[in-house]
Design a protein around this ligand. Structure first.
Ligand SMILES: [Zn+2]
Length: 473
């Protein structure tokens, strides 16, 4: 394996090994910080491939780094493998859970992690046989979904020596991201009151639920006085058990999001004041627990352009008529939000945007475009130049975090998108090694930003990494 073309051929030849791994992770969906099977499966695979594996990165038992090679540059691939609660879904194109209420891969992280791993192994093969020097590092990153695994890993110094980072995300078109995602803080608000019989002596009670409701009302008034990028959402985890008992405990779980960390800090501060105000109004106490957070994505344009060039050389993904028909049935059950994004943000012609599977290659969206979600890839992107690739693995109308995404995650549709992503990332990484001037340009672009606005880890030092015993190690 000497030329770059050999990388693509090698991935084609070894496709089954990777699709089998991805399917195994799909078959065993594991929630944040509990990705025991997935992390063990991947770490064992990489160890057998000659990678040096280090566990417990950032104090997380399902986080590991697997490294091969030596010296500069250090090229990272950031994999994920956590699933989402309640999204169990059979391997079929109509909604039907395998087990109602169980977890499922509604964000395609079975593909995401395995695609990054495949790219890392392919790059290692190429480095080994071509004689170029450099270090390939795969990170098994837990808890992207709300747990900010990478933030804990970064806080512990795991990303300090990186020269470039690659990551991809399953999606419904092929494009390298230039835009961003929102910064986020996540909190638990736990109200403690005084219980009493709700009819016999309500005057003795101090309702924790009243406090929780008043906090939500306050936050809903706050919405009018924040910038348009701010997003506030909550769920109620506990609100008492019986109407005839004044609840002495109530708990909510909040997400506060904004583009810029400064705005996020300010709005978070105001939300916390509202919680304290609600406690004061109801003569209860509030305990505020910071769960996790992440920072907006810093997309590297040089790396995005490099991946776009690779994609144009490779061509897009060919989906068969059978695959199109499978996806069309999924599309019937979703609205046109994705179609509108394609037409309005990417300038895709409406006819193409209506196809059930869109395997074409599209230029990056505008760098000012902020997708209204969040990812801990954001934090990793502040340690070294980083590009998030997106490839077509979903039906074009399927919503992220839905059964529609799970439904293609174990099919040839998902497999094609995953192997395509692996090729693009591995080829782009090889190009960085062959052309150090491209890497230098990427790093200059990166330095210009972080010198102006240095990265600040959103998770306070005193918030411990969530630790769980790993039963398979
Ligand atoms: Zn995701």
């Amino acid at each position: 394996m000497r030329t770059k073309q050999d990388i693509a051929d090698w991935l084609d030849e070894h496709e089954r090994r990777f699709t089998r791994m991805s399917d195994e992770i799909w078959d065993n969906p594991e929630l944040q910080f509990l990705e025991f099977k997935a992390s063990k499966l991947q770490a064992d695979f990489l160890e057998a491939e000659g990678f040096r594996v280090t566990w417990d990165i950032g104090g997380l038992s399902t986080a590991f780094a697997a490294e091969w090679g030596a010296g500069k540059p250090v090229i990272a691939f950031a994999g994920e493998y956590d699933a989402l609660p309640g999204l169990s879904q059979k391997d079929q194109n109509t909604p039907d859970p395998i087990s109602a209420g169980a977890a499922g891969h509604g964000c395609g992280h079975n593909l995401l992690g395995t695609g990054c791993l495949a790219a890392a192994v392919a790059l290692k093969e190429w480095l080994g046989s071509s004689g170029h020097s450099g270090t390939v590092r795969y990170y098994g990153c837990p808890a992207e979904e709300g747990g900010s695994g990478k933030v804990f890993m970064g806080r512990a110094g795991a990303f300090d020596d990186l020269d470039a980072t690659f990551n991809w995300h399953p999606w419904y078109i092929n494009s390298a991201m230039k835009g961003s995602l929102l910064s986020v803080n996540r909190y638990y608000f736990r109200f403690h009151g005084q219980t009493a019989h709700a009819a016999a002596d309500p005057h003795s009670g101090r309702s924790a639920l009243d406090a929780l409701e008043l906090m939500n009302i306050g936050v809903n008034y706050l919405r009018e006085h924040v910038t348009d990028d701010v997003r506030l959402h909550y769920s109620i985890l506990s609100g008492g058990l019986a109407p005839n008992v004044v609840p002495d405990y109530a708990e909510s779980y909040y997400y506060v999001r904004a583009i810029e960390p400064d705005t996020l800090e300010d709005v978070s501060r105001r939300v916390i004041r509202i919680a304290k105000g609600a406690a004061m109004m109801t003569d209860t106490q509030v305990e505020i627990v910071y769960k996790s957070g992440s920072t907006r994505v810093l997309s590297n344009e040089v790396l995005a352009d490099l991946q776009y060039d690779v994609m144009r050389e490779l061509g897009g993904i060919d989906f068969s008529a059978e695959e199109q028909a499978y996806a069309a049935a999924i599309n019937q059950r979703f609205g046109d939000a994705n179609v509108k994004t394609l037409v309005n943000r990417y300038g895709v012609d409406p006819q193409t945007a209506e196809r059930a599977l869109i395997g074409d290659v599209f230029p990056s969206c505008d760098k000012d475009f902020v997708s209204p979600g969040s990812s801990d890839m954001g934090d990793m992107s502040w340690y070294a130049p980083c590009s998030m690739l997106q490839t077509a693995t979903w039906a074009s109308r399927a919503a992220a975090h839905s059964w529609g995404v799970v439904a293609t995650g174990r099919t040839s549709i998902g497999h094609k998108g995953m192997m395509y992503a692996a090729k693009v990332m591995a080829l782009a990484a090889a190009q960085l090694i062959l052309s150090p001037e491209i890497l230098e340009r990427a790093q200059a672009e990166f330095r210009a930003v972080i010198e102006r606005s240095p990265y600040k880890c959103p998770i306070p030092d005193d918030v411990p990494a969530p630790s769980h015993e790993h039963p398979l190690r």
